[in-house]
Structure formats: structure tokens, C-alpha cells
Design a protein around this ligand. Structure first.
Ligand code: KG4
Ligand code: ZN
Length: 365
């Protein structure tokens, strides 16, 4: 593909299948400079949440089987929505990690097969880069320097972003990711999977000061966070509130107070560390992404504090917060306009990393 001086229109189809959502998106843009935002022609998604709910979490074998049955229809639907024929696709892309290996393989192999059969190039996308760039979908300016807070079910990352492909990890969760903490606490409280949205909903009716839950590492000068202590605190609080220790015996008001207090502890921790990272880097822009970026309190608290401190906050549109293929297509498009394509032999990687951590100073733990 010509990515040289002449401008060319490219149509790219991307597949996401790293966990429990199967998704396909089609994006169209040009290789011209300066950057013009690509147009999203289609985005379709099939969620498996109800299927996994029965088991209280994602069952990898079920997830991959569902991806493989859903994908052919989703590819057809996406092409229909975009009003294109699959032969009009110039580039195929797929998530290659991190995620569940058997789930990743389904989307990845499908995109590679389409690429091999058509002779069109393939782009391999890091799922976390998809989340990281998702707040910039549709923005005229492209990827501007910023502090990124990526909060998903599997990751909590504070990243110094200087531009596309230039990412330095400043901090992360040392144990559970923020979404994982929400989901595990939700399970302890007898809430359906995933716990994050349920806790967020019930917390609106509760008192965030009712229980004094820990905000680990907030006095530590570093940017890392930890949520395992919060999980244990909720576990030890339960038997004190109900003799049976069965969360279903909790009065509604107490359940809402527990949700509000746990949510406040997670959001306070993320807010404090995000502003510490901003102070360290000197960034004037904060971008939030990942499934937990739907959280109402996190959005509200960051908005208020950014406004007060004169920091620009970029939030993803709600439909691009949880897993989707539009963010994978958007990231793949950036790789393509930078001439970055990948061999079909490249394997998926369930532990794929996004950015390297810098050497720490001696004062930091
Ligand atoms: O980004 P995502 O769709 O998947 C991963 O890449 O992990 O994030 C899913 C996570 C789940 O842990 C879910 O509980 C959490 O995002 N989540 C929320 C909310 N909506 C989704 N957590 C807190 N509040 C929400 N409103
Ligand atoms: Zn995700």
C-alpha cells in the first residue's frame, strides 16, 4: 500500500475478540498529512455477558466458541452497515493481546485468513492501545500529548503519552485492576456479573461515608495503586453486618452504602494518583479510557477537579468505553498511516504489554 507522498483513501476492517465481546468495525480515512479524522462506517458488537453471568465470570472455552459462531454474521452486518462489499476492504486488523488466548485466536485468525485470501495487509493491535486511543476517536487534533488513565477489567495504567506510539508507563495496579476490584466486590455482595455497573448504579442511592474503606498507597509518592486491601476490607465488614454473612440478607440501604463507600474508595485512589502523575509530567490534558471510565462518580470527580485545576479532560464516548472494535479499527488506522503492518505469522500474546516502565528514582518504592 502506498503511504508515501500521494494521498490515498483506505478502508479498514477490524475484529475484537479478546474477552467476552465479539465486535467488528469498519473505518475509512486517508493517508494524507496533516491528520484528518477517519470516518467510522460501521461498528457492531455481540455481548456474551448474559451467558457468563450464570458462572459469575468469563468462561474462556465458552467465550471462544461464541466468538467463532458470532463472527461471520457480524462481519456481514458490518459490511452491510458500511454499505461496502468485503472486497472493498484494503486492510484487515485484529486484537492480538492481551486477553484470553483461545478468544484472541478466533478474531485474529479470522482477520489473517481474510487478509491471506485477499492479499491485503494485516495489522495486529494491542487491545490496551485501542482503549488508550479511544477518547480521541473523532477528534480533529489527532493524538495529542497527555496523561492517560486506562481503567479496564484487567488493567489500571497511568501512561505518559507523547504521541501515537510513544507511551511510557508511570504507574499501574500492583494487584487487582480497578474493574476487577469492582467485579470481585460485586460478587461478594451477591450482585450479578459484571459487578462494576451494578455497584455504580446502587452506589447512587448510598452514603459514600458510611464505611471507612482503605485508599492504599495514596501517601506513597509513586503512581502505583493497589485494590486488594479494599477487597479484604469489604470481605471482613460483611459478617459484622449480617450474622449469616449472606449478602442477600443485607438490608437494601446497607447494600447501597457498601457500594457507595467502595466506589468512593476506588475513585478517590484513581483521582489522587492521576493528578500526581499530571504534576510529575506537567501534562495539561488527561484522557480516561477502559470499561471503568463509564463509572459515573469517576467521570464526575475527574471533571470537577480538572475544571478547578485548568486541565483539559478528554472522555471517550460511552459506547467506546467497554470493549468494542471501533477503538481497534482506530488504533489500526494509525498503524497503517505510519506504514506499520504485521506478518501473518505473528502470534497472539495473552500477556502483551503496552508500554515500558521508566527506571525509578531512589526515592520511589
Ligand atoms: O474495558 P472492558 O470492557 O474490558 C477489559 O478490557 O477488561 O472493561 C470491563 C470492566 C469490568 O470490570 C466492568 O465491571 C467495568 O469495566 N465497568 C465498570 C462500569 N462499567 C463497566 N466499572 C465501574 N463502573 C461502571 N459503570
Ligand atoms: Zn478492554
Amino acid at each position: 500500500m502506498d503511504t508515501g507522498t500521494t494521498s490515498k483513501e483506505i478502508t479498514l476492517l477490524a475484529i475484537e475478540s479478546s474477552c467476552d465481546e465479539t465486535a467488528v468495525a469498519i473505518i475509512r480515512g486517508t493517508t494524507q498529512s496533516p491528520f484528518t479524522p477517519p470516518r467510522l462506517l460501521a461498528s457492531v458488537i455481540s455481548t456474551q455477558i448474559l451467558l457468563h453471568r450464570e458462572y459469575g465470570g468469563v468462561v474462556p472455552e465458552l467465550a471462544s466458541r461464541c466468538h467463532s459462531t458470532a463472527l461471520p454474521r457480524l462481519i456481514r452486518d458490518a459490511c452491510h452497515q458500511a454499505e461496502i462489499d468485503p472486497t472493498q476492504v484494503d486492510i484487515f486488523a485484529a486484537t492480538s493481546g492481551p486477553g484470553l488466548v483461545s478468544a484472541l485466536l478466533v478474531g485474529n485468525t479470522t482477520a489473517k485468513a481474510l487478509s491471506a485470501a485477499s492479499g491485503k495487509p494485516f495489522v495486529s493491535v494491542n487491545h490496551l492501545e485501542g482503549h488508550l486511543l479511544s477518547p480521541f476517536i473523532g477528534l480533529e487534533e489527532g493524538i495529542i500529548p497527555h496523561l492517560a488513565l486506562v481503567v479496564s477489567g484487567g488493567h489500571t495504567l497511568f501512561i505518559d503519552v507523547q504521541g501515537f506510539g510513544n507511551y511510557t508507563l508511570l504507574g499501574r495496579s500492583l494487584d487487582d485492576a480497578a474493574g476487577e476490584a469492582f467485579d470481585k466486590i460485586g460478587k461478594m455482595l451477591g450482585l450479578p456479573y459484571p459487578g462494576g455497573p451494578e455497584i455504580d448504579r446502587l452506589a447512587e442511592k448510598g452514603n459514600p461515608k458510611a464505611f471507612e474503606f482503605p485508599r492504599a498507597l495514596i501517601k506513597d509518592p509513586g503512581i502505583d495503586v493497589s485494590f486488594s486491601g479494599l477487597k479484604t476490607a469489604v470481605l471482613y465488614t460483611l459478617p459484622k453486618l449480617t450474622p449469616s454473612s449472606d449478602p442477600h440478607d443485607l438490608p437494601d440501604g446497607v447494600l447501597c452504602d457498601l457500594c457507595a463507600s467502595a466506589r468512593q474508595a476506588i475513585v478517590d485512589t484513581l483521582t489522587i494518583k492521576a493528578f500526581r502523575a499530571i504534576q510529575k509530567t506537567g501534562h495539561r490534558v488527561l484522557a480516561l479510557s477502559g470499561g471503568v471510565s463509564c463509572n459515573a462518580l469517576l467521570r464526575q470527580q475527574l471533571s470537577e477537579q480538572c475544571y478547578r485545576k485548568g486541565i483539559r479532560l478528554i472522555l471517550p464516548q460511552p459506547q467506546w468505553t467497554t470493549d468494542n472494535a471501533a477503538m481497534i479499527a482506530f488504533a489500526a488506522y494509525h498503524h497503517a498511516i505510519h506504514g506499520q503492518f504485521h506478518p501473518l505469522e505473528q502470534d497472539v500474546d495473552p500477556n502483551l504489554k503496552l508500554a515500558n516502565a521508566p527506571n525509578r528514582s531512589k526515592t520511589e518504592k
